[in-house]
Write a protein that binds this ligand. Structure first.
Ligand code: TA6
Length: 296
């Protein structure tokens, strides 16, 4: 259903048979809630998030497009998360295998104003869907609709904030032995040692050419988030820790203890589309009891 959210900003609420739900604001095409069948909130949104354009909502799943971070001349993380999207009433047939009934199609196209910042025509279609088992599925389809024959390139991320009980008891599996760029060391390239990644200080790493599946184990909740991605070779892992947390006005000083960003992304190799070409980037999130996933 379409309804009014915080500060009167419009949002769509998706519900499925077992009681799972999700919410996405038209502002930013921004998912701000994903709940399991017990009504537990699985995403993190800061208590100090500012639901007021042009500030991006702090938490949920910000869409970073057409630029991740400052990998380019645009504002941090591009502008898709700072724009008002529309409901796509006439989506082209969606080649998906999901039998999901609870979904919404959103669309973002540039205004004349936007074209001054990024001189390209595009259609960005985002489908947010709840799968039969309560999985959350995001599919982005971005098409170059330039009529001047010009290709364009972009970088992209689903900047997902997961809710965790205690960051010091969280492990990430699937990124061992991979190369990463360390954002805290001038983006120097390193190779991840050891096994699962654990957290005891600020982390801001861009893992390159990562596997389709990444697991985030929350020890206390005995819950594992499984992130499956397609068309998104990289993965960013970020926790601001205490110092950076204090420096963000829209983030509580202690909130770093209860969140972790693991972001399916395309960063190292920007995506280039010729006019008429379309790129698809899929993210599927599930939350399963840890006993099921540990060691797999
Ligand atoms: O994804 C990690 C990151 O690039 C960090 O460097 C930090 O800047 C974070 O994104 C949040 O960015 P934002 O613009 O949303 O404050």
């Amino acid at each position: 259903d379409l309804c009014k959210g915080i500060n009167g900003l419009e949002k769509i609420v998706l519900r499925e048979a077992r009681g799972c739900s999700a919410e996405v604001y038209l502002y930013g095409g921004h998912v701000t809630s994903w709940k399991n069948d017990h009504g537990e909130e699985l995403l993190f949104v800061s208590n100090k998030a500012i639901f007021k354009p042009p500030k991006a909502i702090r938490g949920g799943i910000p869409i970073c497009f057409p630029q991740f971070s400052n990998f380019g001349p645009l504002e941090q993380h591009g502008f898709a998360r700072n724009k008002f999207w529309s409901i796509d009433t006439d989506p082209p047939p969606f080649p998906t295998n999901s039998t999901s009934k609870a979904f919404v199609d959103l669309i973002l196209k540039p205004s004349d104003e936007d074209s001054k910042i990024w001189p390209h025509s595009y259609e960005f279609r985002l489908r947010v869907a709840l799968g039969p088992g309560g999985d959350l599925m995001l599919t982005s389809r971005i098409r170059n609709t330039n009529t001047d024959g010009k290709p364009f390139s972009f970088t992209f991320a689903y900047h997902t904030y997961f809710s965790v009980s205690d960051i010091s008891e969280v492990r990430v599996e699937g990124l061992e032995t991979l190369d990463y760029l360390d954002n805290l060391k001038e983006r120097e390239r390193f190779t991840e040692q050891g096994d699962a990644i654990t957290f005891e200080s600020e982390v801001d790493k861009i893992y390159l050419s990562t596997p389709t599946k990444i697991a985030i184990l929350d020890h206390e909740k005995k819950r594992t988030f499984v992130l499956r991605k397609d068309g998104l070779p990289d993965a960013v892992v970020w926790n601001p820790w205490d110092r950076k947390a204090k420096a963000m006005a829209d983030f509580g000083d202690d909130e770093y203890k209860h969140m972790l960003c693991v972001e399916a992304a395309a960063i190292e190799k920007p995506i280039t589309l010729k006019p008429g070409e379309e790129w698809k980037g899929r993210l599927e999130l599930s939350a399963v009891p840890s006993s099921y996933c540990s060691g797999q």
